[in-house]
Structure formats: structure tokens, C-alpha cells
Design a binder for this molecule. Sequence first.
Ligand code: MN
Length: 489
Amino acid sequence: MPNIDEIFNISEQPFTKKDKELLIKSYEFAQKAHDGQKRDSGEPYFIHVFETAKNLTKLGMDANTIAAGFLHDTIEDTAVTEEDVKREFGDEILFLVKGVTKLGTLKYRGHERHVESLRKFFLAMAQDLRVVTIKLADRLHNIQTLSHKAPEKQKRIALETIEIHARLADRLGMGKLKSELEDAAFPFAYPKEYTEIEALVKDKVEEYKQCLSDVHVSLEKILKEERIAYSEISYRIKHKYSIWKKLHRYDMDIDKIHDIVALRVVVKNVDNCYRVLGLIHAEWKPLPGRIKDYIALPKPNGYRSLHTTILTNSGCIAEIQIRTTEMHAEAAYGIAAHFAYKENAEQKGHDDASKFKWLEDLQNFNTTQKEQKKFLDNLKTDFFGDRIFILTPKGDVVDLPEGSTAVDFAYAIHSDIGEKMAGVKVDGRMASIEDVLKNGSVIEIITRKDAHPSAKWLEFAKTNLAKRHIRAYIEQNSLMAKFKSFGQS
Ligand code: MN
């Protein structure tokens, strides 16, 4: 049986004595509850809940969440009752375990179910991110042991992981978890393609490392001369599923992808990120249109970094990514990084601390009904800010400001869709385009060739993007009208 010390050892933040007591208690409780149960692999079932708890520890989650990870299958799969968990571990942990149990019955059964599952997840996320995180940690172990499942189940579970769980991890900014989920699922979801990519990537990785090694050496020298402290210069290898997805966008031509291996520079602060970028551009020629400032303009999931692609002295093209230590942790752990880096952020008086105030509330979670409601309300408003998540019928997620209408959604997908919008279906039923959209709805925009925007739309468009497009259309058309009448007179 795995030892609880394994959990204590991998945690970056040391656990308090009270935390340790809780973790030992939940470890022993789960071990007893699952006693005699076996997985398809023949391993004791307890290994699975242990690995789930371990994944949560690696993600930097708090002790209560890890404890709930140990217990996550007890109510559903053992003789343990809700009352037992409540009596032994209290309301908060019961709340988490029940949340995971409720999410447990999601299945990818073709298209509709998949959208429905995503929606269920997003609504659960609005309630408590920890429930979703436990579910993702659970899924990661399940997908890593997928070879023990019956072959006909493998593909469905793998697709479900890519379409639902990985997307969700991405949305939470948990880049590392997303990559692990996708790469573990990839060979089962698309076996033929996986084999192809594996062969392609093998050669390329060596080629790129070779190409970047000169840059690596020179860059270290430059940073030393300029006295810029860095905590890390390393190679990051793009994960296989992500290469495969990118290949589709580049006519399957691997020579068009320049970030299979990237050099990653981690420095202390934002100022130094820009200084390093300047020094790199002074030394090597950057490729035009390839400089991306995700610090000034973070990705929707919170990802921050500077990216540039350079022509090296040996004539190859390669990407360099520059970020701070804090951005580095956030890119890997997303929302969870704020647990581990909370103290750090407070010391620096970082403004993120207030943005993620709800995370502190998580740790001080109180059990009274009233407190619980207040806590959930805070979670909703602070995490989502004033954002809502809307799904396309295909399951793509679009986030919009609260108060958005179908007009905003249509333009957010594509300006052509906005321009030709003739109506809208909300959750499969016709609705008015003036209606305010609700979090988690599935929206389908009906387009018609002869449809066009009207000035009235400006009254219920919320986003600047939509307003800009509508105004541009109206101006253009009134000009056209004037022009026409001019020609006639
Ligand atoms: Mn499980």
C-alpha cells in the first residue's frame, strides 16, 4: 500500500500539524472503506483514490480538497454513507465529496450528451472550483490506467477526456493538467494519428534542441553580462496532442510549426521580461508578426508570457518564451497556483490577491447555511467577475460579459455570423435576440443570406466588439444609400 508520506513529501507548501492529521485520517478511512475492492487492472481500488489525492497535492490544492480526494468514491462505491462522512469530516468535506459524486455520472455519448456534460461542469464550477478540480484529478488517474479497460470503452473515455475534462482544465488555466490529460487520451482517441505524430516529433525535437543550443549558450552569457537574474532557461517541448491540433491548421506541414521546442526564460519581474525580449531582438532577428505580448494582453484563461520567434545564427527558426516565476507557476497550475503562491503574493502586495480573495474564503470556509451561501455568492462574482459562459451546439465555450445577448454571442463567434443573424435558439428553442443570455446556455445562431444588422441592435448589444461591427455596417450602408440617391438625381 502506498504511504501517506509520499503525499507529504511532494507538497511544495508544508502541511500544518492539523492538516497532516486530517490527511492521515482520510487516508486510513478510505483504505478501510475500499478494503477488498479491486480495479480492472487487478490493483487494490485504494491505489486509485491515493493517486487522485496525489494529483491534487501536485496541483497545490489545500488539505480539505486532498482529503476529499481520498474520500471521493466512498459514498458511491462503498458502504460509507453521507452521515458517516459528515460525522467524521464535517460539512465542508461532505459538500466536496457529494459534489464529485453528483458530477460522476457524466458520459460522453455522442454529440448532445457531450454538450450537456460540459454545461453541467460549468454550472458545477460556478458552485465550487474544488469539486471540478477533484473530478479532473480523478480523471487523470483513470486515463493513465485506461489500457486496463475494455477496448470498446477506451475510445469513448478518451474522447470524453479530450472534449470535456481537458477543455475545462484549460479554462481554469491549468496548462500542465490539460496537457497530461490530452496526451494520455490521445493514443486511445486517435491511435493512427498518435503513431504518426510520435514518429514526426521524435526527429524534430532533436533537430530543434540542436538549433537552440547555441542560442541557449549565448543567451546565458548575455544575461550574465547585463546582470539580469534568471531562475531558469530550459527547453519546453510542445505536447503531442497540441502539435497534432496545430498541424491541422498548417496543412499538416510540420516545417511550418516553429514552437515544437521552445526556449523558456524565467526571470524575476515583469520589467526584466521586456528587457530580455529587447536583448534577444538585439542579438537575433525576430520574425515579423510573431511577437506576442500575453503580459499586456493575457489569454482568456489568464496565461501570461512574452513570445517571440527568431532566426538563429545557424539559420533555423525557433520560439523563445519569457515570463516571471509567478507567471510560470500560474501557467502550469492556473487557479490552483493561487493556493501555493498566496503568501508570496501577499508579501509583494500583489493585486491578484484581492482578485482571488475567494480563495482565502475557501480556506476559512464556515459551515453555517448563511455563511455557505455568502461564500458561494462570493465565489461566483469573484471568480467569474461579471463573465458568463455560453456554449455553441458543438460544445465550444465562449465567455461574455454578463448582460450579453445573442448579438454579442454571434459577433464573438465570427463577424459574418453577426452580420447574417436572423434569429436565435436558446437550448434548442427559438428565442428573442434581445433576451439576456444565461450562464451555461447552449446558443445556436440562425443565419440567413439576406439578413443584416439594424440600428436597433445597438440597444441590446453589450460588447464593444458587437457595437463596433453594427455601427460600421450602418455607416457603410447610409453612405451607400446616399451614393445611390446621388447617382439617381
Ligand atoms: Mn474515482
